[in-house]
Design a binder for this molecule. Sequence first.
Ligand code: MLT
Length: 200
Amino acid sequence: MFHIYQKAKNNSRRTIVLLHGTGGDEYDLLPLATYYDEDAAVISLRGMVQEQGMNRFFKRLSAGVFDEEDLMSRTDEFQKFLETIFQQYELDLSLAVLVGYSNGANLIASYLLHVNTVVSHAILHHPMVPHCFILPDRQHTTNVLVLASDNDPIVPTHQTEELCTLLNKTNHQVTQYLFKHGHQLAPLETQAAKNWLLEG
Ligand code: MLT
C-alpha cells in the first residue's frame, strides 16, 4: 500500500499508523501524529480506491452504504500490509497506535472487529459500523478510543453506539467521547485523544 514512513526519534518504540478520510491523502494527518507523540515512528497511508477523483480505503455503493466484499478484501490487505511493513522497518506491531479519520477510521474499525490483531491502541475519529463480521474468540485486547459528535451529519449516534458494542463484544477495551462539532476533527477532540494516549 502506498505510504510515507518517518523514523522514530529518541529511541521511541511506538509507531503511529495514519489513515485519512475520503478525499484526503497521506499528508493530511501527519501533524496529528506529531501532536499525539512527536517521537513515534509514523506510517501514513494513501487510500487506493478512487471515487470521482477522491482517495478512499474501500468502495462504497452510496453515502454510508459500503461495498462489504471490497471492504473485507481491503481489510485483509491492510492486515498483510501491517505485518509486512512492520517487519521490513523492524518495528513492533504490538506497540502500534492506529489513527483514522472517517473513511480511514472505518477501515481500522473493520480490522479491529475482524482480525486477530495485537496492536496496543486505536484512535477512531468519527467512525461508523463497517460491517457485522466479528471475531468472537479474540485473545488480545486493544485499547480503542471512539470519538464522535451527537450532531454529526454523516455518522448517526446509534452507529457510534453499535460500533462500541461490537468492539466490546470482540474483547477490546473501548472508551467513547462525544462532542458537538459535527464531522470535523476539532481541536477539543484531538486534545482529548492526546490526553487519553498519554494516560496509557
Ligand atoms: C465512509 O464512506 O467511509 C463514510 O461514509 C465516511 C466518509 O464519508 O468517508
